[in-house]
Design a protein around this ligand. Sequence first.
Ligand code: DOR
Ligand code: ZN
Length: 427
Amino acid sequence: MKLLIKGGMVLDPAAGTAEKKDVLIVDGKIAAVDRGLSRSGARVLDAAGKLVAPGFIDMHAHLREPGYTHKETIVSGSRAAVRGGFTAVACMPNTDPVADCGAVVAHIKSEAAKAGLVRVYPIGAITRGSLGLELAEMADLKEHGAVAVSDDGRPVGSAALMRSAMQYARMLGLTVISHCEDESLSAGGAMNEGFMSTVLGLKGIPAAAEEVMVARDLILAGQTGCRLHLAHVSTAGSVRLIREAKARGVSVTAEAAPHHFTLTEEAVAGYDTNTKVNPPLRTSEDVAAVREGLADGTIDVIATDHAPHALEEKDVEYDRAPFGIAGLETAAGLVWSELVNSGVLTPLQAVARLTLNPARVLGIPGGTLETGADADLTIIDPELTWTVDASLFESKGKNTPFNGRLLKGVPVATIVGGRIVMSGGKI
Ligand code: DOR
Ligand code: ZN
């Protein structure tokens, strides 16, 4: 099986190159990347005017299976992923049961293999049941294929427990992904604490709820030598703390979600529960800081925090709705519309934050187009303008604050292991 991707702008973050070239795929692997490759015997994909990148990797998605299949399944989440240009997804363990032991991790992997669309990398829980009381069996998690540990959705409240988690994770070579939230500050909150929360009469979640925990975990990571990754960074203070810690040599990486570099708390004004997310949408100063952090590399990764919920769960009063935004199918469009088209990131930088950087954080393959690598690729049309229509999402979760938004830039093909799994939006 030969596939030739002809005439696209090839973005290779591992090589640091952006050049008009062809990509030849043979038997699921990259066979050659060069100018004027011969089409003989190959199926040809015309990529003129398009960007050809290593497959996008979303290191933060909630696929909801097992347990919450009314919100999403591994099949529907896989379809949403490839529609969004992702060839690999790391899924968070806040399922039912929680992915806190090897058996659940193995189950997720086998269901994902059955779905057969996207590579799925399970993340194991830090604590049993993600209850924050005792450590999960990290060695068992790792043995069955967990690529990192996290209690995402909730914080590890005890600093002592987080410290021992980091000590074990370090021994096992696992990255700890921290959901930074001090619940004594955030409890009962529904949106960012500030002027808007006062105007709207909603209880606020202060920036400090995130920043206190970011500071704590940076101190613990520095002390234990554990590789720490900070999920969904949303405040200017967090960006500053991470920048300082990196300068001191702490082994830390961080991610930002599209909604946090796009929307401010002003979006909550209409009480649309699709704007309710944890951490909450913040101020314009925070959005600017997150963008600056992405531009200067303080924030290494763009991750969706894809958090699908059922319509009826979101169709309640704002303070009673669950937190979360379905993000897989709008992420790339928002990256191009908000960051690339406005010059915050070059196309190559954007691709690095969607491919090579998450691959490095998790220690998984990806982010390269070197000969012999698995042929996972995403082809983007940077000029195509489209309107977000949640009713057309592959995800079961239609909970997006971006419905009806005009975006410029869209993945037009997703290739996993040499197989075209999405083309022109069709799976
Ligand atoms: O908005 C969120 N939704 N934030 C989280 O941390 C968890 C997630 C979910 O699982 O719904
Ligand atoms: Zn989280």
